[in-house]
Design a protein around this ligand. Structure first.
Ligand code: ARG
Length: 276
């Protein structure tokens, strides 16, 4: 029996304007440094995304973009925040290394308790809170050891998820948290991105999950942001949008194709600040 959207709850997001956005190196299969990028177009799409959140009544905070860090727009990778506690990111590739301390400093300056990661992890790119567990990706970016560190620092049960397709290198490229209500957790995911064991774990935990198609996944449609009712999603993810509508969610298409050249979509640009 398909379940329905639990309803929107107000969110607090951290974002980083893509002032210095470009694709100058290649650390995922979506990136091609020989293809031109249009920074102004990225900024325009990012501003639209921010405005959609504001129109939905969510709070959006911003961090100063730093020159020389073209991927800093992907704020989701900057940290993981749960119960007001911040677990910092420690990036796999040196090109993004300085982003970890930059995001951690933003949180420290804002008065948060922060924990500097010793293990390699890429924040909410691989660590998704669903109800009272943390689904934690591994395989391409985040080390398995970081899962234990996250569990310790954040005081949350961690469920490891093994990613097997390099195009879906972060958990948030393959799975969307639709409802994080502990009484009614709901997700959408793209099954081929996961190992057999992880897929079995997802089926066990979320028997009513919404399954995305290869058409949805092709435009990083799973990289969507839900507030429990409104789901900001890539316009190309037409099957996902239809399935969401059937369950009482409201898909809101927002074009992030310029940011897709770096391998990210709406969720990558959005770090959720969970204080409760
Ligand atoms: N170019 C970035 C990288 O490869 C994209 C990050 C996308 N972010 C995300 N949360 N999936 O690291």
């Amino acid at each position: 029996m398909p379940r329905s959207a639990p309803g929107a709850t107000p969110r607090r997001y951290l974002m980083c304007e893509p002032t210095h956005y470009t694709v100058s190196y290649e650390i995922n299969p979506w990136m091609d440094p020989t293809r031109a990028t249009d920074t102004q177009r990225a900024v325009d799409q990012w501003r639209r995304l921010r405005d959609v959140y504001l129109e939905l009544g969510h709070a959006v905070e911003t961090i100063e973009p730093l020159e020389g860090l073209p991927d800093m727009v992907y704020a989701a990778n900057g940290a993981t925040v749960y119960g007001g506690v911040v677990y910092s990111a420690r990036f796999r590739y040196p090109q993004r290394g300085p982003e970890g301390p930059a995001y951690e400093k933003w949180f420290a300056d804002a008065g948060f308790v922060t924990h500097t990661a010793e293990e390699v992890n890429e924040g909410e790119g691989d660590m998704l809170v669903v109800g009272d567990v943390l689904l934690a990706g591994t395989g391409f970016r985040t080390d398995r050891a970081a899962h234990d560190e996250a569990a310790r620092v954040l005081g949350i049960e961690v469920v490891p998820m093994e990613l097997v397709d390099p195009s879906f290198y972060h958990l948030d490229t393959a799975l969307t948290v639709l409802s994080s209500d502990p009484a009614d957790p709901q997700v959408a995911y793209y099954p081929p991105a996961f190992s057999d064991a992880s897929r079995a774990e997802l089926e066990r935990r979320f028997p009513d999950a919404l399954l995305a198609t290869s058409r949805d996944a092709a435009g990083l449609g799973l990289n969507a942001v839900s507030d429990g009712e409104n789901v900001v999603v890539a316009p190309a993810a037409v099957d996902l949008a239809e399935a969401l509508r059937e369950r009482g969610y409201r898909p809101i298409p927002v074009d992030t194709t310029e940011l897709l050249k770096g391998g990210g979509g709406a969720k990558c640009c959005t770090l959720e600040i969970r204080t409760a």
